[in-house]
Unconditional design. Structure first.
Length: 94
């Protein structure tokens, strides 16, 4: 389900503001919420936030594909390994 919908979104190359791109991907996650919840209940959290981060990071292309290990723009420089910290980093960087 996710692969088909995500395949319709062009990889991020700066074609829009980061918030719009993140919202497109987030909308797909939300549209599959019931399927994701059921899969997580059956298979002990097989699709969690780190998986969303991996998808978002994988959709970055060209100069945007270089995702830092930590967010230097946020106090305490948290690791960028969840979709929430990735979103904050992307908003600050671009």
């Amino acid at each position: 389900i996710l692969a088909l919908q995500l395949g319709q979104i062009k990889p991020y190359e700066g074609q829009c503001i980061p918030d719009n791109f993140i919202q497109q991907v987030t909308n797909i996650f939300e549209s599959a919420r019931n399927v994701i919840t059921n899969a997580n209940n059956i298979n002990a959290n097989t699709f969690v936030d780190i998986n969303k981060y991996d998808i978002l990071k994988g959709m970055m292309k060209d100069k945007f594909s270089l995702v830092s290990a930590n967010d230097p723009y946020t106090d305490s420089t948290p690791a960028i390994n969840l979709s929430t910290t990735f979103t904050v980093w992307l908003q600050h960087k671009y």
